[in-house]
Design a protein around this ligand. Sequence first.
Ligand SMILES: *Cc1c(COP(=O)(O)O)cnc(C)c1O
Length: 346
Amino acid sequence: MIDLRSDTVTKPTEEMRRASYEAEVGDDVYREDPSVRKLEEKAAEILGKEAALFVTSGTQGNQIAVLTHCRPGNEILLESDSHIFYYESGAVAALAGVQTRTIKGDKGQMNPADVFAAIRPEDQHFPETGLICIENTHNRAGGAVVQVANMREIYHHANAHSIPVHVDGARLFNAAVSANCSVQDFTKYSDTVQICLSKGLGAPIGSILAGSEDFIRRARKWRKRLGGGLRQVGIIAAPGLVALTKMTERLAEDHENAQYLAKSIREIEGLSILNSVDTNIVVVEVADLGCTADQFVEALKQKGVLAVTFGPTLVRLTTHYDVTKANITTAIQAINELTKEVIGVN
Ligand SMILES: *Cc1c(COP(=O)(O)O)cnc(C)c1O
C-alpha cells in the first residue's frame, strides 16, 4: 500500500527509535525528565520564544493556547476552514467556553481588513475579542502558505488592540521550507505557536506549544487540568527532538514529490488540481469523472493507493517521508488506470 492519506502516517525512523530506547528519563510533572527539558529548550530556541511546552497532540496544544489566552464568554477570530474551528470537535466551545467568529480567507489567508473589522469595540452587549488564530500552512486550503506580510499586518494591528495572536503551525516547517525562510520569520508575528512533531517531521507522538515564560507557566497548569501532565515522557520527547533537529530540511523532498504528483494529475483527463500545491498536499477534483470522492478513494484503494476524501467530490493526497518518488510514480499509474476505467463506464 502507498499511503497518501496524511503525513501523520509516518513511522519513527531508526534514529528516533534508538533515541527513545536510550533516552534519559525522570518524572516530568516534577520537571525531572531531562529529555523533555532538552526538547522544550531546543523548541523554544528554534521558534524564537522564551519557553515551550511538550503536549500530546496538536489539538491539545491549540486547546491549551485558547484556554490560556481566553476567558469564558470571549470571542475568538479564526479562518472559517481552520483546523481549530473545523476539526477539533467543537472543543473551544466545550472546554474554553468561547464563541468563534469565522472569517473567510483566500487560500487560507484572512484579509487583514476583515480581521480588523471583526474586532469588537468596548460595549456591554459585546463579547470581548480574546484571541486571533492564524493557521500556517493552512490544511483545508491544501497546505497553502500564509505569507509573512499577512501575518505581520494582522499581528501589528492585534497588538495595538492588546489582542494576542496564536499560530496553529502544525505544518509551520513546511511553510518555512516553501517560502525559503526561517520559522522565526513567521513566529515573530505571533504571541504563541503550536507545531506538530508527528506529521511531516515523523515523530511518533507530540506537539510543542511555545510562547512567553509567563504564558507557558499558565499553559502548564491547563495541560495538567486536561490530564496531559505525563511522567517518564522522555521516551517520546527524545524522538521528538530528532524530528525537530534533523527532519525539517528534508520536507523539500515531500514538496517536490507533491509537485510531481500534481503535474502528472493535471495531465489526466477528468481530473483537476484545486489547490496551489505550495507544500506537501494535493487536492484533486474528481467531479468531471462523474463519481464521488468516496467512490474514487475506494477504487484507488483497490489499486494499492490510500487517499482521503476532502469534500463530496474532492480527494486529498499528502506526500511524506515514507513515500519515495518511485512510489509516487506507481500512484500516478494507479490514478491513470482508474480514471480510464471510470471514464469507460460513464
Ligand atoms: C493535524 C493538525 C492539527 C492537530 O494535530 P493532532 O496532533 O492531530 O491533534 C492542528 N492543526 C492543523 C492545521 C493540523 O493540520
